[in-house]
Design a protein around this ligand. Structure first.
Ligand SMILES: Cc1cc2nc3c(=O)[nH]c(=O)nc-3n(C[C@H](O)[C@H](O)[C@H](O)COP(=O)(O)OP(=O)(O)OC[C@H]3O[C@@H](n4cnc5c(N)ncnc54)[C@H](O)[C@@H]3O)c2cc1C
Length: 301
């Protein structure tokens, strides 16, 4: 069966198709085993073809942006992993409204808006990953969330049909958007405001510097591992539980930011997940707080 997944993916699209793709190469945490097939459709039509084919053959699908919020298990992913990150990166501006395809880097969208003298996206500068991943996660920083400036999202359903949903008909939460797991985000429309270029640039610089000070950006990571509970920042509770610097193999709870787990070189997913479990248990035992995971752990157990 596994072999068929690969055979079926070959030649289906003109975009790149990789077999037994090591997911550590496609995720910022740099852990994880192979995906049977990794497909990069060139455009919406190719994506539709993939989605319809997968549905007919009952092939499991997983959507990958830039893998900056993912821990892929060591045994990898069965079925097809699809990513819009290479082919679907168009961006269109109409006055103060910017429409960006799912595969565009969020960072590029911010840079584009700065060049156009449009304000609203500055807090998101430095958040790695794609527009699609950002919307799926309702990415945010410094009190802002992507949903705040969103007008609508266009989605592809499992039958390949597309639907545009206005913000009011979408259910966002802290680091999440509720959609059917099989639906794919194709693009987002954002409402920005005309501003002064120099001021926009200044704000971008400030946010960027604040980020550099707080985050351990010199190591591979998946950003914040846990959501901040209502009791306060997750990092504070992890630090107070005495877990900063705890290491298993090549995975370590960052000394700089306790809510980050860093890959010191050749960490295994298993080591990262074990650290996450220790944090969950210890913080609960010592503080009575149940930390919820922000990162998604995927792949074969
Ligand atoms: C150093 C570092 C700093 C970070 N800082 C922040 C921060 O400040 N704020 C913040 O919110 N996050 C932060 N993150 C986490 C991460 O960058 C965000 O969650 C980002 O939005 C994920 O985008 P991605 O494209 O990498 O998504 P991925 O990690 O590839 O995917 C994340 C989830 O979204 C789904 N998904 C991705 N694309 C689509 C699509 N087109 N349609 C449907 N579902 C999709 C995936 O299936 C998966 O469930 C940080 C990460 C790192 C490594």
């Amino acid at each position: 069966m596994e072999r068929d997944y690969k055979k079926w993916a070959a030649g289906l699209i003109t975009g790149r198709v990789l077999f037994d793709a090591p997911m550590r190469r496609f995720t910022s945490m740099k852990v994880g085993g192979p995906a049977d097939s990794l497909l990069f459709p060139r455009d919406v039509n190719e994506l539709r073809k993939v989605v319809r084919y997968a549905r007919r053959k009952r092939i499991p699908l997983l959507i990958l942006g830039r893998g900056t919020n993912l821990i892929v298990r060591d045994k990898g992913v069965r079925g097809w992993v699809i990513s819009p990150a290479r082919g679907m990166k168009k961006i269109v501006v109409d006055g103060e409204v910017v429409e960006a395809e799912a595969g565009l880097l969020l960072q590029r969208l911010v840079q584009f808006s700065v060049r156009k003298g449009l304000t609203g996206l500055e807090p998101f500068f430095g958040i790695p990953g794609t527009v699609g991943g950002g919307l799926a996660m309702n990415a945010g920083a410094w009190g802002a969330e992507l949903k705040d400036i969103l007008l609508s999202v266009t989605l592809m359903k499992e039958d390949g049909e597309t639907v545009e949903k206005p913000r009011s008909r979408l259910q966002f939460s802290y680091r999440g958007l509720v959609i059917f797991p099989s639906w794919i985000i194709l693009k987002g429309r954002f409402r920005l405001k005309i501003g002064k270029k120099e001021e926009i640039l200044e704000r971008v610089k400030t946010f960027s510097e604040m980020r550099k000070k707080k985050q351990p950006l010199d190591y591979a990571s998946a950003g914040s591992i846990f959501k901040n509970p209502k009791e306060g920042p997750a990092g504070k509770w992890i630090e107070e539980a005495g877990l900063k610097g705890l290491r298993i193999g090549q995975a370590m709870i960052s000394e700089r930011h306790a809510n980050f787990i860093v890959n010191l070189g050749k960490a295994k997913a298993e080591e990262v997940i074990r650290l996450m479990e220790i944090v969950e248990t210890k913080v609960y035992q010592e503080k009575g707080i149940s930390l919820q995971r922000e990162v998604k752990v995927i792949g074969e157990p």
